[in-house]
Design a protein around this ligand. Structure first.
Ligand code: AMP
Length: 217
């Protein structure tokens, strides 16, 4: 069963790999960041609470985040697997996810962690453009869409995320090291942790991840 968590610092290539995994393995992509951004653009209560925090690079409070993931994982399309992207980001979220696993019958089976050195992350974030509609990621230097400014996958106009600025990036990176990095030990202990070096290149990472997923589905 492919009940997957995708981990890694901002700019490690999570979004790109997520798109490839869901296209190849046909499991739903649950990105808490995408869910928050959608709520912000629709102006919902959740969006109003999360907007300033997200734009500054902070973490949305655990109680809000955990509740929305539980609701989402309980939906029917997650029965045959799911890809959680950007959740959990704190130990409290990881504990909550573990506790909800047996309850909803969908415990995590694999953790994929992609890492890249900080200098490279910073460079990538500056050039990143994303599709607000399907979540695909591009880079104006290294991964251009076929037609400038337009998503190859769905044809929507690409945007730069509000939190992809140097100040918010530094806050996100610091949160990653302080709050999210401890999850490595947590999932190593669970025996489901798999590390991938993001510096070998996107294609190679995709190949290595696909191999792991094929062996575990
Ligand atoms: P992402 O698209 O995963 O980079 O997420 C964008 C932003 O949404 C993050 O910088 C946080 O502000 C917020 N966010 C996404 N997922 C979480 C989470 N699991 N816990 C807290 N905040 C989150």
């Amino acid at each position: 069963m492919l009940n997957i968590i995708l981990m890694g610092p901002p700019g490690a290539g999570k979004g790109t790999q997520a798109t490839r995994i869901i296209d190849a393995f046909h499991i739903p992509h649950i990105s808490t960041g995408d869910i928050f951004r959608e709520n912000i653009s629709k102006g919902t209560e959740l969006g109003k609470k999360a907007k300033a925090i997200i734009e500054a690079g902070g973490l949305v409070p655990d109680d809000l985040t955990i509740g929305l993931v539980k609701d989402r994982l309980s939906q029917d399309d997650c029965k045959e697997g799911y890809l959680l992207d950007g959740f959990p980001r704190t130990l409290a979220q990881a504990e909550a996810l573990k506790a909800m696993g047996p309850e909803i019958g969908r415990p995590v089976t694999l953790v994929i962690d992609i890492t890249v050195p900080d200098e490279v992350l910073k460079e990538r974030i500056g050039g990143r453009r994303v599709c607000p509609k399907c979540g695909a990621s591009y880079n104006i230097h290294s991964m251009k869409p076929v037609q400038e400014g337009i998503c190859d996958r769905c044809g929507a106009e690409l945007i730069q995320r509000k939190d992809d600025n140097p100040e918010s990036f530094m806050v996100r990176l610091q949160n990653y090291y302080e709050q999210t990095a401890p999850l490595v030990a947590f999932y190593e202990k669970e025996g489901i942790y798999h590390h991938f070096d993001g510096m070998v290149g996107l294609e190679k990472v995709t190949e290595q991840v696909a191999e792991l997923l094929k062996a575990n589905r």
